[in-house]
Write a new protein. Sequence first.
Length: 253
Amino acid sequence: MNINMQKKNLALISTRPMECDDNYKKSLSNFGISLIEMPLTKISPLKDYGKFDKIISNIDEFNHIIFISTNAVKFFLKRLNKNEVILPKNIELSCIGPTTKSMLEKEFNLPIYFPKEVYDSKHLLQHEIFNNIANKNFLIIRGEGGRETLKDGLKLKKANIIYGECYLREYLSLNLKRINEYAQKYDQLFLLITSLESAKKFMNHDIRKNFSWLNSINFIVNHKKIMEELRLFSNVTSAKDISLDSINKIIMK
């Protein structure tokens, strides 16, 4: 029998923004996994949507919209509905990961382009849809700030780019003492980190002082760059994506 199946106390600490719904928690619970939400990131709406609303009111000017995250989709849809804007049928849509793709597919009857294997900006730009895009107008939907990889890649292809920034991202600190308590309570503890910036923030904690017990935790990430950031630890596993099935396969193997 699988060794993890014999254990009664398994827990997953998610450092993603607090957005897990009851079905997700229930599904984990059915596998005997407790979900603990300890976000490294807080997502908030903008105080003023004047600039963003003006951008989407002129949505017909864009050939292609790229969504950076599920939060980008959520806030975009809220403003789209509030302003009663209808997405043009001839516009192209793309995103970084499969969860974001699923959200877009539920809302729009359009093809959604995304990387097939590695879910990041670099591999998205390798998709054939981004060939011959000189002088085309791209709208990137994201939170305020962030990395410039996608914009830089599009500029190299001579595209025109505008950011549609529709939410705020605040990085938080984790309570290592509480995590240590969970490590003592559960037979096996997993810590999910799904962004490079969050990984960097985590490593800015007092890691070396707490390394002896932190190294007993199993880290789950979704990109090799995050693995590299956490290379100090011996138990880091990369998931293909952060779907429930992918997470469960790692925890229950």
